[in-house]
Design a protein around this ligand. Structure first.
Ligand code: SF4
Length: 296
């Protein structure tokens, strides 16, 4: 949950998710829509799909894997997560390398390599392995991540409070604020989309994204204005902004009524009371809030 998402945002989702799915068995046996619904609002839904696939793998194995390679092979687990779980849960000597650790290492070594490049990352991974306390990899990994998160801050690092200041070459050279170096910048794409909120009492007209859709596969969301030809009483009710990875969306929300009674294939009326049980995109929830504020 913490990948790409701040801890403050994650906490209530984490608590509710663990209350609903306290172990791999409960997650593995749940319908995919229920797992998606519990994640609804957090975004980056491939995470929960992978988590459920990992739950199924663990149930099939009969236990949680206890070596690095098997942990790394679980769906959704990359080098960082595998090293964190292997070291913290099993005391195995694997060094973690996340954004915080990269920053600390770049400064300690006074290394101005581009951290977006694979060669620099490999060099820092080797440095992290060399520095790792093999007897207490759990403590070492948590300490270096915490150092990056609380002391060796991206801007204005708190060097006077830093327990490794004497080892830090960047500080000795006054270069700490210039490191780490990241040359490649990701390009953000922007899009404006018109969505329509069509209500009938407590029912809301939604459409389900195809299971192979690149964005929000399997989720229920508002129709686009152009998708429903027979609309009347169209009025704008607000704008909702939403960012997904490198895409920044501006959703212009309209309220409207259906003009005819023609069947609309692919669309379905969903009761608002059922929305916590089906995966609904967070844009729907934001649009409903905008409607409550602006229409009533
Ligand atoms: S001395 Fe400053 S720059 Fe160096 S590791 Fe500590 S906080 Fe970071």
């Amino acid at each position: 949950m913490l990948q790409q998402t701040r801890a403050q945002t994650v906490i209530p989702y984490y608590e509710a998710f663990l209350a609903r799915f306290p172990d791999p068995i409960s997650l593995a046996r749940a319908p995919a829509t229920e797992a998606l619904a519990a994640w609804s609002g957090l975004g980056y839904y491939s995470r929960v799909r992978n988590l459920q696939a990992a739950g199924k793998r663990i149930v099939a194995l009969g236990r949680f894997p206890d070596n690095y390679e098997a942990i790394r092979n679980l769906p959704g687990v990359g080098d960082y997560t595998a090293a964190a779980v292997a070291s913290i849960s099993f005391d195995l000597p694997y060094a973690v390398l996340d954004g915080n650790v990269l920053r600390v290492l770049a400064r300690i070594a006074n290394d101005a390599g581009d951290i977006a490049s694979l060669a620099t990352r490999k060099r820092f991974q080797q440095l992290a392995c060399d520095l790792l306390d093999k007897k207490r990899p759990d403590i070492f990994n948590q300490a270096i991540m915490e150092l990056g998160a609380t002391v060796c801050l991206p801007r204005s690092p708190l060097c006077l409070l830093c327990p490794v200041a004497k080892l830090c070459e960047a500080r000795q050279n006054g270069a700490q604020e210039k490191l780490p170096v990241k040359l490649r910048k990701s390009v953000t794409q922007e899009a404006v989309v018109d969505l329509v909120l069509i209500e009938n009492g407590s029912l809301l007209l939604l459409k389900r994204r195809a299971s192979d859709s690149r964005r929000l596969a399997g989720f229920w969301e508002l129709p686009e204005l152009s998708e429903i030809p027979s609309l009347k009483s169209i009025k704008p009710i607000g704008t909702v902004r939403h960012s997904i990875v490198n895409h920044r969306y501006e959703f212009r929300i309209y309220a409207a009524k259906l003009a005819g009674r023609k069947a609309l294939p692919g669309f379905q009326w969903i009761d608002r009371d059922d929305m916590s049980r089906v995966p609904v995109s967070s844009v729907v929830k934001k649009a409903l809030r905008a409607a409550t504020t602006n229409l009533r």
